[in-house]
Design a protein around this ligand. Sequence first.
Ligand SMILES: [Zn+2]
Length: 117
Amino acid sequence: VSLYDLYVETFACPSCASPIRRAQTKFGVPGLREYRDGDVVEWFRGSALHNGGRLEGGNMRGAARASCDGCGLSVFLLIRVREDVIAGVGAGSVRRARPTDYGAKFVGFAGLDDQEA
Ligand SMILES: [Zn+2]
C-alpha cells in the first residue's frame, strides 16, 4: 500500500546537480497520484493537514523527499501549492534530507513564503 503521492517534475540534486525526476509527497489525499506543475491537489475535506486536509486558501509548501540516482543522496524539498494548484519547487528548498524532516504529522508548512519556519 502506497501512502504517498508523487511529484513528477525535474529538479537538480543539491550535491551533484544530476536531474531528479520524481519525489514523494505527503500532503493531500495519499494514494499514487502523480502531480505535475499546474495540477489541482485533491484534499480530504474537513481533515487536518497531516491527514490530507486543506489549509485555508489552499496555499502551502508541501514537504517531499527524493533520492538522487547520480550520487544516492536523500533529498528534501518543498513543493509550492498556490490556491490548490501545484506551483513548482520552492526556491532554495532543495537540500540534503535530515532525520528531523520526517515527523509523523509533518507534511509541510502553511503559506507560500519560501523561507522555512
Ligand atoms: Zn546527486
